[in-house]
Design a protein around this ligand. Structure first.
Ligand SMILES: Nc1ncnc2c1ncn2[C@@H]1O[C@H](COP(=O)(O)OP(=O)(O)O)[C@@H](O)[C@H]1O
Ligand SMILES: [Mg+2]
Length: 322
């Protein structure tokens, strides 16, 4: 594990963004800078942290940790579904096959939890007993395990919009996805989630919930795109402390971006208005949790490549520049 000092000294080298003019058509997502050229999509995972659908902070080593974790999981799930990966030319970058994204995000949940208005727990507390087509029993408690994993899909909102949770029938009716594709995505998503839970469990980690994105490649095959089982797209808790904390009604030991979301909501920020100034120790702790997630899940030490990322990325992507 990198020391707090090593993490802090990378703050001045956070990757805020890129602006390469010779790498193809640029699209800036909340977290990744995307470049499309010659049927390839280069995704550069920056150090931007998004929460409440906004970019909130820069977190040192976050981009590298996410990119490395996605790599770990893509390799361990490709027997279930193919993925977009072509190569990893840089610690912050992956080159993928350019795909046509399917217009739904497949959210899979193994537990009832969350704090935002789109979360399963928030809705349950408000009295919802059928969440996106999934019946929920009476008497559930926060953070309780569901009998079986459920899928609560959302639309994939255009830039700046909020995603909307909908039952599958409604997604199909409104033309977001065909019935045939839905059935395939649902089966694949549950298999991916089961694999994720199984591998995480061996490391003493609970994969609580996650989100998958799929696309179609030029052969028309469904492939997994974007990222998989990272602390941005997923919730992770520590298995060892789960039961005791659940029994006492305490917050779980999380290793995901919930840490910063909770810190912000304690400061009164839940998405609207000015973002409170985030002190350096909170940024360092946020980074530490991303690195910890990488190390706990993979069982490997996070090396991290310190220093200024921009010249390095430019060099490593040279063959894609024209
Ligand atoms: N192989 C791919 N082909 C096409 N689109 C992709 C591929 N992989 C990821 N994407 C898209 O690229 C974007 C990644 O950037 P991100 O920062 O996650 O954006 P967003 O703010 O839309 O979540 C997402 O919109 C994702 O759907
Ligand atoms: Mg995204």
């Amino acid at each position: 594990m990198l020391t707090k000092e090593q993490i802090a000294s990378q703050i001045s080298h956070c990757l805020a963004g890129t602006n390469f003019t010779n790498l193809g058509t640029r699209y800036e997502g909340k977290v990744r800078d995307n470049y499309t050229k010659d049927e390839k999509r280069i995704l550069i995972t920056t150090d931007r942290l998004s929460a409440f659908d906004k970019v909130i902070a820069l977190v040192p080593f976050k981009g590298q940790a996410l990119n490395a974790l996605s790599k770990f999981w893509f390799e361990r799930t490709k027997d279930i579904v193919g993925n977009h990966v072509v190569e990893y030319p840089d610690p912050n970058a992956v080159v993928g096959e350019e795909c046509t994204p399917l217009a739904v995000e497949m959210v899979v949940r193994g537990y009832i939890t969350g704090s935002t208005t789109t979360s399963a727990w928030y809705n349950y507390q408000k009295g919802v007993r059928n969440f996106c087509g999934n019946p929920l029993p009476e008497g559930m408690k926060k953070d309780q395990k569901l009998d079986h994993a459920i899928i609560t899909p959302t639309t994939k909102a255009a830039h700046g919009d909020h995603d909307e949770s909908l039952a599958p029938e409604e997604l199909i009716k409104r033309g977001h996805i065909t019935k045939d594709d839905w059935d395939k995505l649902a089966a694949i998503s549950l298999k991916l989630f089961a694999r994720g839970q199984e591998i995480a469990a061996k490391q003493g980690i609970i994969l609580v919930d996650t989100k998958y994105e799929f696309g179609k490649n030029k052969k028309g095959e469904i492939v997994l795109i974007d990222e998989i089982h990272t602390p941005d797209s997923s919730r992770f808790w520590k298995s060892a402390t789960y039961q005791a904390k659940f029994d006492k009604g305490e917050d779980q030991d999380n290793i995901n971006k919930e840490y910063l979301r909770l810190w912000l909501s304690e400061k009164g920020f839940i998405g609207e208005g000015a973002i409170p100034a985030i002190p350096e120790d909170v940024i360092v702790e946020t980074a530490r949790r991303y690195i910890e997630a990488y190390e706990l899940i993979t069982g490997q030490t996070f090396e991290g490549t310190p220093g200024d990322p921009l010249p390095r990325i430019e060099k490593n992507l040279a063959k894609y520049m024209s």
